[in-house]
Ligand binder design. Sequence first.
Ligand SMILES: Cc1cc2nc3c(=O)[nH]c(=O)nc-3n(C[C@H](O)[C@H](O)[C@H](O)COP(=O)(O)OP(=O)(O)OC[C@H]3O[C@@H](n4cnc5c(N)ncnc54)[C@H](O)[C@@H]3O)c2cc1C
Ligand SMILES: *[C@@H]1O[C@H](CO)[C@@H](O)[C@H](O)[C@H]1NC(C)=O
Ligand SMILES: *[C@@H]1O[C@H](CO)[C@@H](O)[C@H](O)[C@H]1NC(C)=O
Ligand SMILES: *[C@@H]1O[C@H](CO)[C@@H](O)[C@H](O)[C@H]1NC(C)=O
Ligand SMILES: *[C@@H]1O[C@H](CO)[C@@H](O)[C@H](O)[C@H]1NC(C)=O
Length: 601
Amino acid sequence: MINLLLVWVVLLREALSSFAAVVTNPVLASNRTFDYIILGGGLAGLTVANRLSENCTISVLVIEAGQDNRDDPRIYDIYQYGSTHGTSLEWSYPSNGGVIRGGRTLGGSSSVNGAIWTRGTKQQYDAWSQLLDPIDASVGWNWDGLLSYMKKAESFSAPTSQQRAKGADYVASCHGSRGPVNVAFPNLMYGGPQQSYFASVMVKFGLAKNPDLNGGTPNCVSFPPLSLNKNDGDHRSSSATAYLSPVESTRTNWMTLVGQQVTKIIFNPSTVHPRVATGVQFGTLSGARYTAFARREVIVAAGSIGSPKILQLSGIGDATALSSLGIASIVDLKTVGKNLQEQTINIMAANTTYFDVGGRGPSDAIAYPNIYQLFGTQANAMISHIQSSLPAWAASQAGSALSAGALRNIYTIQSNLIIAQNAPIAEVTFKTKNSGDKIGTNIWQLLPFSRGTVQISSSNPFDIPEIKVNFFAIDFDMATQIAAARFTRHAFQTAPLSTLSTGESLPGFTLVPDSPDHGSTANWTSWIMNNARPVAHPIATCAMMSRSLGGVVDAQLRVYDTKNVRVVDASIMPIQISAHLSSTVYGIAEKAADLIKNAQN
Ligand SMILES: Cc1cc2nc3c(=O)[nH]c(=O)nc-3n(C[C@H](O)[C@H](O)[C@H](O)COP(=O)(O)OP(=O)(O)OC[C@H]3O[C@@H](n4cnc5c(N)ncnc54)[C@H](O)[C@@H]3O)c2cc1C
Ligand SMILES: *[C@@H]1O[C@H](CO)[C@@H](O)[C@H](O)[C@H]1NC(C)=O
Ligand SMILES: *[C@@H]1O[C@H](CO)[C@@H](O)[C@H](O)[C@H]1NC(C)=O
Ligand SMILES: *[C@@H]1O[C@H](CO)[C@@H](O)[C@H](O)[C@H]1NC(C)=O
Ligand SMILES: *[C@@H]1O[C@H](CO)[C@@H](O)[C@H](O)[C@H]1NC(C)=O
């Protein structure tokens, strides 16, 4: 009797200790069966894992290639943003337009990102439903359907009176108050003249000063909040600190295995349609390979580069391309890895006389001009150019999509958002350089028509896939980047910002001579070509769209022709939004968790 009790206690403790929290030993997951296996412990992966494991009878395994670096100051200290660049804490994916960064650590890119908290326009989310079959409209992939989930992720702290005096503002209905991710203005928010001078110039340029750009109306200048914890020294709030840390000691039904890379999904060989996944393989470059089994579902959350790569390694992709690598086809889905949309950043700066920046930051003033504000008197000519060019653009990018016809339909929706709905086409992020003798902007075109691809070129899962971003393949993308550069140059020259500036230093008038229209197209083109790099906002490589448009997942985020493989991360976003991505990807993951839970019943 006592012996039996002892056995029970030992068994129980074994079960608890092997399941709890974050583990590094692959043997603990090997040959075991979990209800759900989540591939990638990044922003979306940990969000979904937390929600699914709320039910203690459900077991969840997360497999993350990076390590648990929550205690590393380069991760938690928001003022060290950028220090992870080029280190083992990031993937540095080479592309034909420069290196695409991505977090390679628990929390994924939410552990290394710039923490700026913004959302796109209402109509941009509504467009996701237009890209699905009409029957899927009720699933709620639109602004109203996503806002509640974006808010569910968020715990917003209203600015203090001091922060309000520095320009911070908000609209309560745009924010959640009980979610895991802390969102706030920095304690040491800049209070010098620079951010408000920038806002004044933007108002002169025709942009409205918006108290809160998170309500679906980002066509404005505004001071957005950041994903940081103001009660914890402004430390970063990532998916790891928000969704894992608070529950890791109690959620004994959730195991997070770090330091192991997923190499492929395994399918039941006897099912043909739809294909049924039974588990996954994982391992390290030099180590052994292991297998874990999934009772219910496999959820791919490895990001916009990692997710199409895993699908292709598993036989889901263009069957002809995969067979040339010796990979047997599971689902012949030609658009896995296609439709890639990445943006291009350039950095500009001006010297100033010394002034008190009035804080430590991080910077938090952003302008989002629409096509009319950015192109001014040239806007109508640009609009005519877009309208007459769509067929030719679609034909030229067809190799990076399902077909020219499908892409033309997508472009029609994209151009309508730009022309008829005033979607911001450029981001101009104001930057304070802390010494007080420099100011600047980060500029990027938000809604590129150029399309790219992610395609494995070997069956070795530890090889980097071939990534083509094809920057500026469409002339509108370059025209927009140039317009954003001229807009910044003009802003530096306009009062009151001009009262701080002693002259543009990056690129400066030697590299790009000034002119009445703020620099020639030829001079800006060569400077941008030499200096633009990826923003690190890749999307759409496993796009949620109808099959006829080249979708990879349906409105349930299920990979077409599979029964139990979903993709939940930034790769399902079909077209770009006029925003930083994290708030939106949290919303996608929160909504996906409910779709998955509902499918259980
Ligand atoms: C440098 C940078 C700055 C950014 N700045 C901002 C910002 O200021 N504001 C904002 O809102 N957004 C920003 N973003 C964007 C935002 O962080 C991302 O869009 C978002 O995190 C994407 O979430 P995800 O779940 O799709 O991918 P991720 O969060 O990147 O997660 C993917 C995870 O999968 C793991 N993985 C990949 N392959 C495998 C494999 N084979 N096996 C196991 N694990 C694997 C990765 O290591 C990673 O942890 C930034 C991104 C970067 C990279
Ligand atoms: C998993 O099971 C396989 C097949 O039974 C076995 O060969 C392998 O050694 C097991 N792996 C571990 C780590 O237990
Ligand atoms: C938890 O999961 C079990 C097994 O699927 C299910 O029967 C039960 O209804 C779930 N509980 C809740 C509260 O959803
Ligand atoms: C800006 O300052 C730097 C460093 O002092 C100096 O080298 C550069 O010439 C200055 N540029 C302009 C345009 O004032
Ligand atoms: C700027 O453009 C002009 C005319 O196209 C060219 O002659 C000049 O070399 C360019 N200057 C720089 C710095 O690229």
